[in-house]
Design a protein around this ligand. Structure first.
Ligand SMILES: Nc1ncnc2c1ncn2[C@@H]1O[C@H](COP(=O)(O)OP(=O)(O)OP(=O)(O)O)[C@@H](O)[C@H]1O
Ligand SMILES: [Mg+2]
Length: 329
């Protein structure tokens, strides 16, 4: 059984993750590849009336999102205890796509690996103040730590390896699970959407993210073994909902790294839809090297390769989540 915060009747021993090192200089070829054709740009990506989507269900008729209402921010955690499933990629690109719809977005790096911060061009060792300082030091305010992300209308609360110490130190705190919620409270009035990029674990940091959130998006690699962890994740979400945060909901499960050319991807998708029904997003993110390339240049795919399938899929996801949030409101 994998570790969960609630698993053994208390906080699990925190694991020290490796810090993402500053990336080495990279040849400029990634920039040149931005508009190269994609081998798996399947025709089922473009939504259309009565057209079958990649999840085996007809595309829904989604309304064009209206303007931001200026209400309190919707806080959403990107969670999956499995590593490398697209949590950070989804945080950056969904954030950028929501900003294209006029939403003011705060991205929260809540992973000591600091991949979100690095993916937006920050050098982990040069960040002066991080979410760690905000959590642990009473005189540090949100404005002290937030930096521009380089994407219009999107700010970033950065992190680095310091955050792994918070997992240890928070264990001693009163109301330790609510620490992030308290720290983010002032942001709720200033943003439309807050996206929290979690680390691949169900430990105390992730429980903090779930306690601070209205809802959860679960990126899930379209691969058989990826399905195995979902039950434990659902159990953790249910326990946080029961014990710490009654408003917590699952927005949806997002199939990532999908390859329509393989039977395997299609079968995993079918299994997901059979088990989770409507909670599986119609939007599916295909496997394409353009995501890795866009990280090299430190841009969301919506800017790096604006007309690519990957960019369109995240734009579609943005429309889908906005429609769900409106429906759930
Ligand atoms: N749809 C995709 N197609 C191909 N590669 C992808 C896709 N999405 C993400 N990747 C790549 O896969 C790797 C892992 O993605 P990402 O960092 O978003 O996962 P993660 O869930 O945040 O990982 P971790 O659990 O370590 O935080 C990255 O190199 C990223 O560029
Ligand atoms: Mg990540």
């Amino acid at each position: 059984m994998e570790d969960s915060y609630f698993g053994a009747g208390g906080a699990t021993a925190p694991q020290m993750p490796p810090q993402t090192p500053a990336p080495p200089a990279y040849p400029p070829s990634a920039r040149l590849r931005a508009n190269a054709p994609e081998p798996d740009a399947g025709s089922d990506d473009a939504p259309g009336k009565n057209k079958m989507g990649p999840t085996g269900r007809p595309w829904p008729n989604l309304p064009e999102p209206g303007p931001a209402t200026g209400g309190p921010a919707r806080t959403v955690a990107m969670v999956n205890q499995k590593g490398g499933v697209g949590k950070t990629t989804t945080t950056i690109n969904l954030g950028a796509a929501l900003a294209e719809h006029g939403r003011k977005v705060l991205l929260v790096d809540f992973d000591p690996q600091g991949s979100l911060s690095v993916g937006l061009g920050l050098q982990p060792n040069e960040i002066e103040l991080t979410v760690y300082n905000l959590l642990m030091e009473r005189d540090i305010t949100l404005q002290d730590v937030v930096v521009p992300s380089g994407i219009d209308n999107v700010d970033l609360l950065p992190a680095n390896i310091d955050l792994s110490a918070a997992e240890v130190q928070l264990v001693q705190e009163v109301a330790r699970e609510q620490t992030l919620a308290r720290a983010l409270a002032p942001a709720v009035a200033n943003y439309d959407v807050i996206l929290i990029d979690c680390q691949p674990s169900l430990g105390l940091l992730t429980v903090n993210a779930l306690t601070a959130s209205d809802s959860v998006v679960v990126p899930l690699e379209c691969e058989y073994f990826a399905l195995r962890g979902v039950a434990l994740l659902k159990d953790t979400i249910d326990k946080v909902q029961e014990r710490l945060n009654p408003r917590l909901q699952i927005d949806g499960i997002l199939g990532t790294m999908y390859d329509s050319r393989t039977m395997h991807s299609r079968e995993v998708m079918e299994t997901l839809v059979n088990g989770w029904g409507d909670r599986v997003f119609h939007s599916v993110i295909r496997r394409t090297v353009k995501f890795a390339d866009s990280t090299v240049v430190g841009e969301p795919i919506t800017e790096y390769a604006s007309s690519s399938t990957g960019a369109d899929s995240y734009r579609m996801l943005a429309k889908e989540v906005l429609a769900r949030w409106q429906r759930d409101a």
